[in-house]
Design a binder for this molecule. Sequence first.
Ligand code: PMP
Length: 425
Amino acid sequence: MTYETDSAASAKLAGTSTLDVSRIRTDFPVLGRMVNGHRLVYLDNAATSQKPKSVIDAHSEYYSRFNANIHRGLHTLAEEATSAYEDTRKHVANFIGGVDSREIIFTNGTTEAINLVAQTWGEQNIGPGDEILITEMEHHANLVPWLVLSQKKQAVLKRIPLTGEGRLDLGNLDNLISDRTKLVAISHMSNVLGTINPVKHIGEVSHSYGALVLIDGAQATPHMPINVKDLGADLYTFSAHKMLGPTGVGVLWGRADLLEAMPPFNTGGEMIREVHFDRVSFNELPHKFEAGTPNIAGVVAFDRALTYLEELGMENVRQHEIELSGYAIKRLLEIDGIEIQGPLDPQLRGGAISFTDATLHPHDISTFLDSKGIAIRAGHHCAQPLMRTMGKLATARASLYIYNDKDDIDVLVQALREMRRYFGL
Ligand code: PMP
C-alpha cells in the first residue's frame, strides 16, 4: 500500500539547502582531525554525532565555574547549577513542540527512557493475554524491554511487518491492533533503513483501540522538527548524544497524567517527598523519576546543542539531509554490486543509509574505509531481528548530519570503487 509519511508531508520544502556546511564544519574541532593520513570523513552519525565547540565549552565551563549538586544546596553554586539544569529542561520542552516542562524526564539515554516505561507503566498495566505491538525494524532498545516484559507478564508481542522496500506494511494494521493491544511502541525513524514511519497515522489507529503510543525518536529528533503533541504520541524518547549533545543524557517525554499515574522507576534520594522508616511518599513530576545525582554537566551542555540546532533551523536540517541523502543514494547506486536497504526516495527517509556489496563483507568495507579516514558503521546495528528479516548478517551504514556535504559522499564513493578494484571486482 502507499501512504505519505507525516514528516515527508511537512518536509516538502522548496529550494536548496540553506545550511552553510563549510561554516558549520569550523564549529566542530574533531572534523579538523586527520585519520590514517586522511581528512576525517565522519559518516557514523546514527551511532553518535560530533559536538560543536559551544557544547564542549559548556561542559568544561560547568566544571570550572559552577559545579555543585542540584536541587538541594542553598549556596550560590548550587543555585546556579540548579537553574542551568532546569533551564535545559524548559529548552527541551520547547524544542519538542512547547510541552509542559514537568513532562520532561532526564534519563541517561533512549534505552533508559524506554526501560523506565517498561518497568513502571508496563509493570502496572500489562497482564496475561495483553498485547504490545512493535515493528520489525525496531532497535533492540525498543524491542528487548517489551520482549522481556511480555515474557514476564504472559503478554503477547506482535509486530508490524515490512514491505520489500523497507517501509511498514500497514495493510494488515487493523488485524494487528485490537482491544487487547495496550501499547504500540514504534520507532519514528529507523537507524538501519532510514525509513520515516507514519507514526501519526499509526497513533490514530492505536488510540481508536485505546492503546498507548510510545515513539522511539532517537533517530528522528536530531534530524527533523518534532512536535510530540502534533504526532499524537503519549510517550516520546530520544538521546542528546545523537543531536550534538553529550553522551549520558536522554529524554523521556510523557503526558503529565500518564507520568503521574506511573509508579516511580529508581528509588532513593531526590525522588521522595517524605521518608520514614516505615513509609515513603514520592516527589512531584519530574523529580519522581530522577532519583540520585543526574548527569548535571551533560544536561547543562545539552542546552547549547539545542540552541545550535535551533539557530540552523530544524526545517533546514531536514532539507539538507533530503538533498544529501538523495545525492548519496544516487552515487552509491552507480557502483556495481552495491544494494541499498530501505526506501530510495529521500522524502521518505532520513540520512542513515545501509548498503551491502554483492561480494564484500560489511566489516571489510568499514575497515578499508577507515584506512582512508572514513568512519562508517558495519554490523547488525542493534537490530538483529531486522537483519534476519532482510536475510542479511550485517550491513555497512553511512549516516549523515549537518556537517556532511557532497565532498564527503564523493570521497566515500571513490574509496568504495578503489576497494572493489583492489579486490579485482
Ligand atoms: N533507538 C534507535 C532507533 C537508535 O538508533 C538508538 C541508538 N542507536 C537507540 C534507540 C538507543 O539509543 P541510546 O543508545 O542513546 O540509548
